[in-house]
Design a protein around this ligand. Structure first.
Ligand code: APR
Length: 313
């Protein structure tokens, strides 16, 4: 049996962490691509040399082109720039849009049947742009974010209660930004609802910390954004697809009327398997949560409108 192929475009912090997580499992060969010469080659060789220690026979190569990515089963897009001082949100959108558009065209030419996992921020708008550029069906463009936001929420709850993260079941839906929607009513610890475990004030604080989770890391790191948890989240999506697990994970996908939202990428619970998106799970939301989700969708719609007015193609 030949191993599946996972290509990762952008061998920066997030891309390399995805690669490392997937490599350690050993179920896929990896191609790391970056525009910086030597960077993907160096990281790939270093990772390959960890194989005897971590017990992986997977192959990892680094390259500055797309030939080696040919016929990838999954392509993860992490190429882009982080927001710099003086850069507006729209400037960042246009810069990353140009990078992601160019990358997507090359990815599609080399791997027309791949499943693409966009990770570059602003996530929801970039995912929409990848779908429009690739002309892939929505089943094959599944962006990462909900899994990360949910992992942060679960971490904070587990830390607070001093219980295993395994026992904390939670969902965070909506856009990947301050307007994300941690679902307090659908979340529990070993079956006990969060509302029985925390005061209203404490729950509000946990929700707020989750919504601002990315910013908390940025303000600590100062020179970049999070990558360990994002990398692990992408690797979990890769595993669900490659191992055809039919796993239900919160991901950012194009909605076509689900949750009464149409033609927008929004984080919702998704069943992932070998074909990509297999099903969107529609949870019963409280009127308040539903309202928050609609607000979250409006923020994404505004950003997509800016994207469609872009001076670049
Ligand atoms: N093709 C390939 N790689 C590119 C391109 C391109 N056109 N343009 C930029 N890159 C590469 C950079 O050279 C860099 O190595 O993308 C990489 C980005 O890595 P980092 O700067 O370390 O950023 P990272 O922390 O990995 O975040 C990447 O993921 O979570 C999001 O907000 C984050 O949008 C950001 C992305």
């Amino acid at each position: 049996m030949t191993r599946k192929k996972v290509s990762i475009i952008g061998a920066g912090n997030v891309g390399a962490t995805v690669a490392q997580n997937v490599f350690a499992k050993g179920y896929a060969d990896i191609v790391l691509v970056d525009i910086v010469e030597g960077l993907p080659q160096g990281k790939a060789l270093d990772m390959l040399e960890s194989g005897p220690i971590v017990g992986s026979d997977a192959q990892v190569i680094g390259t500055n082109g797309y030939d080696e990515t040919k016929d990838s089963d999954i392509v993860v897009i992490t190429s882009g720039v982080a927001r710099k001082p003086g850069m507006s949100r729209d400037d960042l959108l246009y810069t990353n849009m140009k990078i992601v558009g160019d990358v997507t065209r090359k990815v599609v030419a080399a791997s027309p049947n791949a499943i693409i996992i966009p990770v570059t921020n602003p996530l929801d708008a970039m995912a929409q742009y990848v779908l429009e550029t690739s002309k892939f069906p929505r089943e094959r463009v599944i962006a990462m974010a909900g899994e990360l936001d949910t992992a942060r929420f679960r971490t904070f709850i587990a830390q607070e209660l001093k219980v295993s993260v395994d026992d904390v079941h939670a969902y965070v839906l909506g856009s990947h930004g301050d307007q994300m929607v941690p679902l307090v009513n659908a979340s529990n610890v070993a079956g006990v609802p969060l509302t029985h475990l925390f005061s209203r004030e404490k729950l509000a604080a946990l929700v707020k910390r989750t919504q601002e989770g990315g910013g908390e890391i940025v303000s600590l790191l100062k020179t970049g954004s999070a990558y360990y948890a994002p990398g692990a989240a992408v690797a979990q999506m890769v595993a669900a697809i490659i191992l055809d697990k039919h796993a239900i994970l919160p991901c950012c996908v194009l909605l076509k009327g689900e949750y009464s939202i149409r033609d927008l990428f929004i984080g919702v619970p998704c069943k992932l398997g070998a074909k990509g998106l297999e099903q969107i799970i529609e949870l019963t939301l409280t009127p308040e949560e539903f309202q928050m989700l609609r607000k979250s969708a409006e923020a994404v719609r505004d950003l997509v409108a800016v994207l469609h007015k872009a001076p670049v193609a």
